[in-house]
Each structure stands twice: as C-alpha cells, then as structure tokens.
Design a protein around this ligand. Structure first.
Ligand SMILES: Cc1ncc(COP(=O)(O)O)c(C=O)c1O
Length: 335
C-alpha cells in the first residue's frame, strides 16, 4: 500500500525491532525500567529540561501536562485547530475539569498576542482562572515563526500564565529551521514530543519540564491508565528513533515539496508545504470518486475538500511517483 493518510502509519524497521528485542526492562511503575529511565534522561537532556516522562501516546502526555499545570476550574488558552482542543475529545474538560478557551489562529498557525491578552480573564469569581497558554508546533505542517514564539511566551509569562507546547512534530521544526532542540522549545515550561509520528516508533511520547511538574504529571499518568510495566521495549524504539530517524526527516520534507510541485503541475490547487504535510483541494462532488480511484491503485488517502497528504519514512520517492501518477489521472478527468 501507499499510505498518505498520516506519518503515524510507519512500521518499525528491522533495526528498531532488534533494539526493542534487546531492551533491558523492569517495572516502570516502580521506576525500575532502565531503558525507560534512559530515554527520559536522554530526551530531557537533549531538549534542555530537568525531567522527562514516557507516555504511551501524545494525547495522554498532553492531557497529563494540562492537568499538572491547571487545577479544577482553571482555564487554558488554545487554538481552535489545536490537537489539544479539537482532536482529543475535549479530554482536558471531560477528564481534567479544565476549561478550554479556544482562540482563532493567525495565518502562521499561532494565536496573536492581542487575542491572547484579550482572552485572559481578570481575577473575578465569575470567571475561570486563566492559567496556561498551549501552542502546537508544527501545526498543520506549518512551523511557527521563532520571533513570534519568543514574544508570545514572554507575554504569557509576564501575564502570569504558564506555557505548554504540543511538540508532537517538533523534530520537523528542528529539521526545517536547522536549529537545536533547546532553541526550538525555548520559552515553554513544558513540551510533549511524539516518537510515533515522523520518527517511526510504534508508540510513545515524552513530556518534559521542571521536576515538580513532571512529578505531578507522573501521578496523573497513573490515574489516566498510563502506568506501563516493562515499557522498555517501547522506550528502546524511542531511543533508536532519536538516534537514527531525526536526520532523515529532511527527506520527508523534500518528498512533500516534490509531491506538491507534481500536483500543481497536474493543475490541482495545493498548499506550499513547509514540512511533511501537503494540502490539496478536491471538489466536494469528486471526493468519493477520487477516494475509490486511489484505493483501486493501492493508495490510501483521507480525501476531503481539503485533503491532507503526509510524507513519512515508509513513503520513498518511488511511491510518491506512483501516487502522483494516480492524481494526474484524476486531474485529467476532473477538468
Ligand atoms: C499535533 C498532535 N498532537 C498530539 C497528537 C496525539 O498523539 P497520539 O496519537 O499519540 O495520541 C497528535 C496525533 O496525531 C498530533 O498530530
């Protein structure tokens, strides 16, 4: 299959599987898993944080972070399109008793400082207490501008808010901007990073932050059902991914550029990709026909009026070419 639905569809490579098989393990609820402990330490050091905590998923890592930052009746500011607001079933509200205050995005994917300032509630017992600003980078494949990040995190702190970054795809930022990890997450009090997206691990995210916050998150992780036992087999995949699969993200970005250029040449309306995400417009009336056309050629894609296509390590250039040819055929009968 040629799978363009997401960068989460990758299968562990033989090298990663060998690392998993060889992992030393222990009961991580007791803190006894040496491989989990190593991954947490390696990640925290790499990003410049005091402490790290391994989670099965990014959803749980973000939720535990929100619950560690905010108490019952507190509020977090978040983008309308952010994963932590729109794509996690409202977990912060449902499970954390935390009120989201969703805000419109700017073109670059962030939220304007004016909008954030206006949304911070005053100290009045009619209001929830605004405690936290949460941003996402990359968001919809876009890389937030570094100047914006510096200003917005300074502003949030000056107004007494903590800052959390959903950095599920932060390594795409690191790769795109050719910066180091601490620079990419500067200004954030906590960051959640996914190993199971472009990095190709089968599962796992790491939350990083100051020691007391991570200690709280560890409590919430247990309450949320994320206390895993011999999780070193998964952590080994994460360590392998950090060592071997970061550099190669540049290939995914180049493939996204190549895909976008080919789609555009075929006469389709496409976004200019910044990282590994390409958006292509599909007429509503042609959505089901295009889906079937691609499926018949062994191509999986989530076809919608704004179709998101993602490149990843299981999508070498030859497969991109096959997908492009199928889209070219579509473009010929669509026009
Ligand atoms: C930006 C972002 N944050 C968080 C998540 C959640 O990760 P998980 O699927 O591991 O729960 C995803 C998943 O796709 C994501 O794209």
């Amino acid at each position: 299959m040629i799978d363009l639905r997401s960068d989460t569809v990758t299968r562990p490579t033989s090298g990663m599987r060998a690392a998993m098989a060889a992992a030393e393990v222990g009961d991580d609820v007791f803190g006894d898993d040496p491989t989990v402990n190593r991954l947490q330490a390696v990640a925290a050091e790499r990003f410049g944080f005091e402490s790290g905590l391994f989670f099965p998923t990014g959803t749980q890592s973000n939720l535990a972070a929100l619950m560690a930052h905010c108490g019952r009746g507190d509020e977090f500011l978040v983008g309308q399109e952010a994963h932590t607001y729109k794509y996690e079933q409202g977990g912060a509200a449902v499970l954390g008793s935390i009120q989201p205050q969703p805000l419109e995005h700017e073109e670059h994917g962030g939220i304007s400082i004016e909008r954030i300032g206006a949304a911070i509630k005053s100290d009045d017992y009619h209001f929830a207490r605004t405690r936290l600003l949460t941003l996402e980078n990359t968001i919809g494949g876009r890389v937030l501008p570094m100047d914006y990040l510096r200003e917005v995190t300074q502003f949030a702190h000056a107004r007494g808010l903590a800052t959390h970054l959903d950095g599920a795809r932060i390594f795409n930022v690191v790769t795109k901007l050719k910066i180091d990890e601490p620079t990419a997450v500067a200004g954030f009090d906590s960051v959640s990073v996914c190993l199971s997206k472009g990095l190709g691990a089968p599962a796992g995210s790491i939350l990083m932050g100051p020691r007391p916050l991570i200690a709280d998150a560890r409590r919430w992780r247990k309450a949320l059902g994320g206390g895993m036992r011999q999780a070193g087999v998964l952590a080994a995949a994460g360590l392998y991914a950090l060592d071997n699969n970061v550099q190669r993200l540049a290939e995914d970005h180049a493939n996204a550029q190549y895909l976008a250029a080919g789609l555009q040449d075929a006469g389709l309306k496409v976004s200019t990709p910044q990282t590994n995400v390409v958006y292509v417009e599909v007429a509503a009336a042609q959505v089901s026909e295009l889906r079937a056309h691609l499926k018949a050629r062994g191509i999986l894609a989530t076809i919608a009026p704004r179709t998101r296509l993602m490149t990843h390590m299981d999508l070498p250039r030859a497969k991109v070419d096959v997908a492009l040819e199928a889209f070219r055929e579509y473009a010929r009968w669509a026009h």
